[in-house]
Ligand binder design. Structure first.
Ligand SMILES: [Zn+2]
Ligand SMILES: [Zn+2]
Length: 332
């Protein structure tokens, strides 16, 4: 598998390659490195915190997670359901706490990711390995194909949403405030926590962890798991990623049916998916509507697969994974 010593030992040569090629994204690279330094400071401060602050940091995991999954992913990137203004505004606030770039930029990159998965035009192309798909892509300049693809798609719907444009206008300052300062202000105001404890634990540490939980969807869920819906695609059904990414790891289904608001085949009783539950609860009180599903399309897909199987047609063979390619090259 790809998580081998190779991945670590090749880091210096990869860095030197990008340094010589002038393709390091210095501002983002420095920012992501700083995020990890303040995150580690947060980890060292956990024992100095009040219990309420730890609970607050914990609750901010699903709150900021929903800003990504329910918000920028399922609503704004894929338009898998429609939401009223108050819901969109609340999701924008949650998304700002998650601080993963503006809704506009995230949705743009994500649409490109779906259209060009596992090619040069995919911002976090998993064929370049676990580390690149996880976070390495943020350390280097975008491949020219990613930039080209981002210009070619239509984002009129995003431009027309005042909530998206409001956040874009205030980017990155509003998101930085919501991610680091706001959690600390709540902790100081309501249970008398020291500001910097709130800043480093409910802000920085929680932020760093939720970033990695989201990145696991691009790395682990693109490399490890089952492929029941599309054997040819990389994205996989990964229950561990679903746990950390509040229901977003059922990724083979999601890439096959990206318009499905549940981003998974089954209901929440058989596939962990608090993001689906959140959308269902909002629909029950009439705040969101028009939830689309991919189940009817899959019924036809499954019938076709079963027919082929009975007729003795073999399933198509999946492309080799990066570590299989490496292994084959070594044994040559
Ligand atoms: Zn994906
Ligand atoms: Zn998606």
């Amino acid at each position: 598998m790809d998580l081998s010593l190779d991945m670590l030992t090749s880091i210096p040569s990869v860095i030197s390659h990008h340094y010589k090629a002038g393709t390091i994204n210095w501002p983002m690279g420095i920012y992501i490195t700083l995020v990890h330094i303040v995150g580690v400071v947060g980890a060292l401060k956990v024992l100095d915190c009040k219990m309420e602050t730890l609970m607050w940091a914990f609750i901010l995991w699903p709150i900021s997670g929903f800003g990504i999954t329910v918000g920028v992913h399922r609503l704004w990137s894929h338009r898998s359901y429609s939401a009223s203004f108050p819901v969109r505004f609340a999701l924008m606030l949650c998304n700002s706490i998650a601080n993963q770039g503006s809704i506009f930029h995230w949705a743009r990159d994500h649409r490109v990711h779906h259209k060009y998965s596992e090619t040069d035009a995919d911002p976090h192309n998993a064929t370049r390995g676990f580390f690149f798909a996880h976070m390495g892509w943020l350390y280097v300049k975008k491949h020219p194909e990613v930039v080209r693809a981002g210009k070619e798609l239509d984002f009129t719907d995003l431009y027309e949403d005042p909530v998206v444009m409001f956040q874009k206008k205030l980017d990155p300052w509003f998101a930085l405030y919501m991610c680091f300062v706001f959690p600390a202000q709540i902790a100081t105001r309501f249970w008398g926590e020291e500001f910097w404890n709130g800043f480093f634990v409910a802000g920085a540490l929680r932020y760093m962890l939720v970033l990695h939980f989201t990145w696991l969807v691009n790395s682990a869920a693109h490399l490890y798991g089952d492929h029941p819906y599309d054997v040819l695609s990389y994205p996989a059904e990964n229950p561990y990623v679903s746990f950390f990414a509040v229901g977003e790891g059922w990724h083979n289904w999601h890439h096959k049916y990206p318009f499905d608001y549940a981003a998974s085949e089954f209901g929440i009783s058989s596939q962990f998916n608090p993001s689906k539950l959140c959308i269902d609860l909002l629909a029950a009180v009439g705040l969101v509507w028009g939830r689309k599903r991919g189940t009817a399309a899959w019924e036809m897909g499954r019938a076709r697969r079963d027919r082929d199987r009975e007729a003795g047609v073999p399933l198509p063979k999946a492309p080799p994974r990066p570590w299989e390619v490496k292994k084959a090259a070594k044994s040559d």
